[in-house]
Structure formats: C-alpha cells, structure tokens
Ligand binder design. Structure first.
Ligand code: GLU
Length: 481
C-alpha cells in the first residue's frame, strides 16, 4: 500500500482559528498514526486576502503545539515548492489541457457583467455566457489580448457521487455546481483548482478538511476524473459550534470567546491543553479517555472515531482540562509557568516558592489567575473589623484582639521565619491558651490578608509575607478595635 501522505494547506489570512488548528492536528494524526508523512503547503493564491505576518503565525503555532511537518516551504522536499505562489506557472498548462479536452473554457466576461448577474439573480452563480462561444471568436479575443479566466465546464446533467470517510456517500446534482473559475485573470489559479493539482503532484493520499468543503468536493472530483488521476480519500470534519447564553448552539465565533490559538494562549490556556482539547472536537477515543499527549493521540487515533455530528467548543471544559494539566505538573514546571505572575506580585523578591506551589497548584485553572489571587500580598486591602467575627471559629470582636496580641508576642520571639516554626509556635500557643486552633488562626489570617477568602491559611500567608510585613499587618489589625 502506498505510504499515507496528508497535507495541511492553510491560507495565510490571519490568526490560526481553532478549526484550522484542528484540521492541522487531524492531518498530522491521520499521517502519523499510519507511519505516513505530513506536508505543509501554503495556499496564497488569493492575493487579496493575504495578511502580512500570517505565514509566520502558521509556523509558530505548529511549532508551539509540536505538529512537526516532514516537508514544507521551510524544509523543502521532493515535491516542492510548497508555496502556491511559487508554483504559479505550473497551473496554466493543466488548465489549458482541460480547455483542449472540452472540460474547461475561456471566459471573457467583464467584472461589470458578472456583478450585474449577481444583482439580477441574487444568487451569484455564473450564467455560463462564454461556455459555448464559437472557436473563432475565442481565438480572436485571445489574439487581441482580452483579459480572461478559465472556467471548469461542469456537466449540465447527471450527478456526482463521492465517498467521504466520515460523512459516507454524498451525491450532488451537477446542475447545482457552478462553472467555477480555475485560472484567474491575474494568472493565479483559484484555490479550487490549485488544491487538486497540488494534491495530485504532491502525492497526497488523504485530504482532511472542514465540512464546509463537502459541497465543493464534486467539483474537485470532476477535475480528477478529467485528468484521469486517482481521487484521494476524503475526511471531512464536523462543524465546530459554540454555546450561546440561551443554551442553543451556533457556529463558533468571537462572541463565544477566543477562537484563535493565539487568543486562547493569551487567555491562559496551555498550548498542549488546546491541542488535547481540540483533538476531542469531533474525534472520540474508544475508551472515552480525555487526557492525551500528542504522542498518545498518535497512538490512539483512528479515522473511524471521527464523528459527523457538530462538535461543541465548551470553554468550561477547556478550563477543566487546563486545571488538570496544572495539577499534574512537576513542581519545577509549575514554577517556570508561574514565575512571570509571581513577579507581578512580588517583583524580583525571592519567596518560599514551595509554599506558594502547595497552596496554588490544586486551586488554579489558569496561571494568569495568580496575580488576582495573591493581590493582597502586594497591598493590604482596607477591611472592616467585622471580618474578625466568625461563628465556626468562635471568634468575636472581644476575643480577636486578644488572639492577635498573643500571636504577635509569640511570633516576635521566633528565631527563624519559616513555615514549620510558624506552624509549631501558633499551634503551641492555641494549646496553651486552651482555644481551638481556628479561634487563634482566623483573626491572624484576616489581619495578615485583609480579605475573607485566601489561597492558603494563616501560616502560609505569614510565611510568604516575611517577618517584618507580617508583624506590621498583625499590629495594624489591632488598630481596628
Ligand atoms: N487553503 C484552504 C483553507 O485554508 C485549505 C482547505 C483545504 O484543506 O483544502 O481553508
């Protein structure tokens, strides 16, 4: 059997949308799960839609998620060049071959004429005006250098049927297919033409793309047939939907949240989480497992697990994934990710990072929550005295200042300011005072943090504040009474 070859063929028109990234991922997985090759091809023939820098975004995103291609513009390969604009001159002979064989024709319609068609029908389809121009007329117009395009001559009757690995058998009536442009007036091929030529020349065996291309596929097949080329296996992926506030779903768009890889990473999702999550947007492993590294995906992936029903992009679920990845991180990895956020709070100051790690790892779902959670370290919030009153801890406006006073006296005696000694001294103090630990620790924590809800307890907070600031805050707490 021929080696499996897939291609990711993005157009450099902006950010990497999650739909595009999913296509890239599945192309990669289809190839790699079968020991095949994954090719990157840049489709830049639509010169009007090009966005500067977008090609760079493609490379960077693929690199960040670890989808390493085997051939591509930057790596070369047997079937290059891998940028369509650099292949420009290669497409015309194929288009002309089709004209000779009666499968395509020159069209000299002006832009104005085409626009007037849109106005009248409201549908925008081409009316095949030039399809049957007399040969001499065509020759004369070409001779005179009249601007023209080459259009596909789609049969007017019958239907075209193809097999899709996900959606099954699809049949489209030929009369519904437009005589699409293959070669534009500027000499560039359209995407619709170039993708067929290139997929053939690059020996692509499996074409993976979004289901919005399902209805175009018959056009491509008519081209493959006209050339007598083998049709690749088609794998169309289900739509990606977003959840609306009223519980309905609609095509994923900005109003649902970030829809580009870059946007999601900026929102605080780890690149490997985005990859893991989008792998499940349309594909279901046999055992319903959810957490997968790219390597594990490659081992488990199979085309028959792809579903044709629309997938729903669920941001809550993505949060859950991110939290799970964070919980599974080593202390070292956690620190590397957390450090830029710690620095927002503590500047360049060294802190007992292990203490922060112990209070944050199980709590956060994104690293960018850290500055908010720790903001009370940077500045003591102004808080009311009644924060000291807590029924469960049996604290009141009467006993709280006594607790604070005792804590200050004990802590001032501590030779070393670190978690264990702070812990032992306060537990010892509560015992000697014959009160519940909570009765002592509640007011201490409130005075240290100035807020009711904190990550970590009194001892961790005192440790992180450092001796001087911790004692200053406890004393300031006394002033509230
Ligand atoms: N350039 C097309 C796009 O970005 C590629 C579609 C395909 O995979 O054939 O949508």
């Amino acid at each position: 059997m021929a080696i499996v070859r897939t291609r990711f063929a993005p157009s450099p028109t902006g950010f990497m949308h999650v739909g595009n990234l999913r296509t890239a991922l599945y192309e990669y997985l289809v190839a790699k799960s079968q020991g095949g090759k994954f090719v990157l091809r840049i489709e830049d023939t639509d010169r009007e839609r090009l966005v500067e820098g977008a090609e760079q975004v493609i490379y960077e995103t693929l690199k960040q998620v670890g989808l390493q291609h085997d051939e591509g513009p930057d790596l070369g390969g047997e079937y290059g060049p891998y940028v369509q604009s650099q292949r420009k001159d290669l497409y015309r002979p194929y288009a002309e071959q089709l004209v000779k064989e009666g499968q395509a024709y020159y069209c000299f319609c002006t832009k104005e004429r085409l626009e007037s068609l849109h106005d009248e029908s409201g549908l925008g389809g081409y009316d095949r005006h030039c399809r049957d121009l007399p040969e001499e007329e065509v020759a004369r117009l070409l001779e005179a250098g009249t601007p023209h395009v080459i259009r596909q001559k789609v049969p007017l009757t019958g239907s075209t049927t193809f097999q899709d690995a996900v959606f099954g058998e699809i049949t489209i009536e030929n009369k519904e297919i437009e005589d699409q442009i293959l070669l534009k007036a500027d000499g560039y091929p359209t995407y619709n033409f170039a993708n067929v030529i290139d997929d053939h020349l690059m020996h692509i065996t499996h074409v993976v793309r979004g289901s919005e291309y399902l209805t175009s596929t018959p056009k491509y097949n008519l081209l493959y047939e006209a050339f007598g080329w083998e049709i690749p296996t088609y794998i169309h992926l289900p739509l990606i939907m977003g959840k609306n506030e009223d519980g309905s779903v609609s095509k994923l768009s900005k109003r649902h949240g970030s829809t580009s890889f870059e946007g999601l990473v900026n929102d605080g999702y780890l690149p490997e989480v985005v990859t893991n999550y989008i792998a499940l947007l349309g594909w279901c492993p046999k055992d319903n497992r959810e957490i997968f590294s790219l390597q594990e995906l490659t081992e488990s992936f199979s085309v028959d697990g792809i579903s044709k029903s629309p997938a729903v992009f669920d941001y809550d679920k993505l949060n859950w994934f991110n939290g799970e990845y964070i919980k599974a991180m080593s202390a070292e990895d956690f620190l590397t990710h957390a450090m830029p956020y710690y620095q927002e709070v503590f500047g360049q100051e060294e802190k007992p990072w292990d203490v922060l790690h112990s209070i944050l790892q199980a709590r956060i779902t994104k690293f960018n929550e850290i500055p908010g959670l720790l903001s009370f370290f940077r500045e003591l919030p102004d808080y009311p005295a009644d924060f000291f009153v807590n029924k469960k801890s049996k604290t009141t406006l009467e006993n709280s200042p006594q607790m604070l006073q005792a804590a200050i006296e004990t802590l001032e005696q501590l030779p070393a300011w670190e978690l264990n000694s702070i812990h032992e001294s306060l537990i010892g103090l509560a015992e000697r005072m014959e009160v519940k630990n909570g009765t002592l620790l509640w007011p201490v924590r409130i005075a240290a943090a100035g807020t009711l809800v904190t990550p970590g307890g009194a001892m961790e907070i005192l440790t992180l504040l450092g001796r001087e600031e911790a004692l200053r805050r406890l004393k300031a707490g006394l002033e509230k009474f």
